[in-house]
Write a protein that binds this ligand. Sequence first.
Ligand code: SAH
Ligand code: SF4
Ligand code: F3S
Length: 481
Amino acid sequence: MYDDINLDNIDLTADPPKDEPARQHYFMAKARRSVRSLSETAGRPLTFHVETFGCQMNARDSEKLTGILAAAGYVPSDTEDADLVVYNTCTVRENANRKVYGRLGRLKRLKADNPYMRIALCGCMTQESQVVDRLREDYRFVDLVFGTHNIFQLAELICRMLETDAMVVEVWEGTDQVVEDLPARRKYPFKSGVNIMFGCNNFCSYCIVPYVRGRERSRSPQAIIDEIKSLVADGVVEVMLLGQNVNSYGKTLKQPISFAQLLSQICQIPGLERVRFMTSHPKDLSDELIQVMADSDKICRHLHLPVQSGSTRILEKMNRRYTKESYLALAEKIKKAMPDLALTTDIIVGFPGETEEDLAHTLDVVQQVRYSSAFTFQYSKRSGTPAAAMEDQVPAEVVQERFDRLLDTVQTIAREECARWEGTTGSVLVEQINHQDPSLLTGRLGNNLLVHFPGDPRLIGKIVDVRLDACKGFYYMGEMI
Ligand code: SAH
Ligand code: SF4
Ligand code: F3S
């Protein structure tokens, strides 16, 4: 394990090892020496700041970047006024992309005032060649650009960056490697994301993720279980298993194993109290998984099951490989097995060719399934995806009007679903002191609802029983019992 390695014992007069992760351990030690010497010249520690723009997988990647930078001797900073700023980008929708370019302008001004400052860009945007071209042309003050497959190499890339004034670019198009035993620094001491697989093979026609994250690769069950055991030993009580489609976990391993089997093994880890996972693709959700969930008191009563559209015609054009009817039947089966489970979803409005009738099907699914919450998105054209070339793109004002109607329905139902729990008692993982009222704590129920209640901050990271007294729309006020 990474924790057993002493970087100061690595011989830097030798050539760097060829094999991973030994090679990266060598470069962490080398980067540490450079950072130390720069700090001496500057007369202060060198700081770093990692900013996450994307999803939970992106956030977990940021924790790995943070782990490597801390190993290299940089000191964390809460603000962008740092000596190394890393933007971990997202490109799933155009506005995620636009935001990054806007923020880079601000970084340029900060850099003008700090001779030590370096700027790095990584994540899904950098996998797009037109983005790298634009950075090379218009954003030459960026020092380092690396792709989603190159995160494990950060220490090596930092060493290269510190040796040159030119922009260092390292973006692999794909990989079949999963490098283990690198450091990570968690945002929360008591909960953690855990990657179980990388990439996606589904090619939903609107989605850029398979192009920027590469083909599906599963980690070995042993590596996952070892990581969770060491997280538990370090104080973690809840893990979120991460993958673009966790239901196809393990299919490509030499010794195939199903996601449900992996879950059962994880639930046996002593000291681990809660297990969550995302995302589940409806086409691959098995009866075996429903059974394992229903039989377990560690797996949270929450399932994120993106529907994207309620219209079979649109689902087909989206290449989702299920129908309105099969989705409804699946949701019904899950609710029957676990009546206290909260279903949440993602919905896209304004996919090319979407009509009023298609939207009516989507609203119907929302009403029948009764989601506890739903992320609603306006369709965003991503160049290179099949949907971007489809005719009948829906005009922006039509999309906006449909979006408003959908949001209204989603919120009405979410409020009603939230109110269902008034007066009941649930176990809550205490996450933080309430932002508005420091006499209150904020915690999360297994079904993902938030509850605020009076309590001692020393309870943060513990699981306690809370009575849900008053529903306030999408959250509760409660009392510990
Ligand atoms: N792997 C996950 C989703 C990852 S992206 C899954 O299959 O559910 C998260 C969400 O972003 C998707 O569920 C989808 O609703 C939305 N999304 C993806 N591409 C989009 C696009 N081009 N325009 C609008 N929303 C999009
Ligand atoms: Fe995108 Fe579909 Fe893969 Fe999810 S399953 S990441 S929506 S292509
Ligand atoms: Fe996630 Fe955005 Fe990439 S949603 S996988 S960070 S494109």
